[in-house]
Design a protein around this ligand. Structure first.
Ligand code: GLN
Length: 285
């Protein structure tokens, strides 16, 4: 079985924006008002309250640009992009996001959750970015913004060795395992007469396949390579589904962070950091 190497999208370098923010505060207004003790105190307090609001807004903005924590949501069941090494989530996305956070002068924190919880978590502000081998799709673009792409994924088909399924066309009417909420799930759902078994983890679908409970699994090629190397008797078909772009997702209302992520990614592509991270986790055969 040939191992496909994710080809990096080495886009033209963007000019790096100024990443560090400025840290100003008008917090003292409140103190002034509190200590005024005159007739104007009420007015001053009102002004202070208004100014404090502005200060809070400025602070919130500053937190994203200088210092603070960048919270990345992921589903750490997707090697080599994200997986556990002991207690720690490692992989291409984890290292890329850490490098982006560093460029932003922030510290990266990783929240591991179900894949289909990632976009809701982004929208509710629980996390700042999604880095989860997430494919850019029109549907998702209705809810989130995507950064420039940083990798390519291919939807692969895994079958038992010697399976009668030799191409995507043979999947009609079969029982197909997928990871819930992924593009593999979406593709499988469109296959005529197919029964879809949805799993929380891609590896669970692959185990089910090896136990003969399902006929095939549709999943991204790199995790497919890892899973098939760990489970006996399975193979990846040469014919694959769509080629997809992976990107970092950011909440719709956070254009500023999107610009910063894009600027950081451009630098990481330009200086070879991104390629070095990919090479660390994906070895061409
Ligand atoms: N690339 C697929 C998607 O975006 C799967 C990602 C994943 O399972 N982490 O739906």
């Amino acid at each position: 079985m040939k191992k496909k190497v994710v080809s990096m999208m080495l886009c033209a370098a963007m000019t790096a924006a100024v990443l560090a923010g400025c840290g100003s505060s008008t917090q003292t207004a409140t103190d002034d008002a509190a200590s005024a003790g005159t007739e104007e105190a009420a007015d001053a307090a009102e002004d202070a309250a208004a100014e404090e609001e502005t200060a809070d807004a400025a602070e919130a903005e500053t937190e994203e640009t200088a210092g603070g924590t960048l919270v990345m949501g992921t589903n750490a069941e997707f090697p080599p992009y994200e997986f556990y090494e002991g207690q720690e989530v490692v992989g291409i996305d984890a290292e890329m996001a850490a490098a982006v956070a560093e460029k932003l002068g922030m510290e990266l924190k990783i929240e591991d959750m179900a894949f289909d919880s990632l976009i809701p978590a982004l929208s509710s502000g629980k996390i700042d970015i999604v880095a989860a081998g997430m494919t850019v799709t029109e549907d998702r673009l209705e809810f989130v913004n995507f950064s420039d792409t940083y990798a390519t994924g291919i939807q692969a088909i895994i079958v038992p060795e010697g399976s009668e399924i030799a191409s995507a066309d043979d999947l009609a009417g079969k029982t197909i395992g997928v990871q819930q909420g992924t593009t593999g799930d979406i593709f499988a759902t469109d296959i005529e007469g197919a029964t879809i078994e949805r799993y929380a983890k891609g590896m669970e679908a692959v185990q089910s396949l090896s136990q003969g409970k399902i006929d095939a699994v549709i999943i991204d090629n790199e995790p497919a390579n890892v899973f098939v190397s760990e489970v006996e008797g399975l193979q990846i078909l040469d014919e694959a589904f769509a080629v997809e772009d992976y990107a970092v997702a950011v909440a719709k209302d956070n254009e500023e962070l999107l610009d910063q992520v894009n600027a950081a990614l451009a630098e990481l592509k330009e200086d070879g950091t991104l390629q070095a991270i990919v090479d660390k986790y994906i070895t061409a055969e």
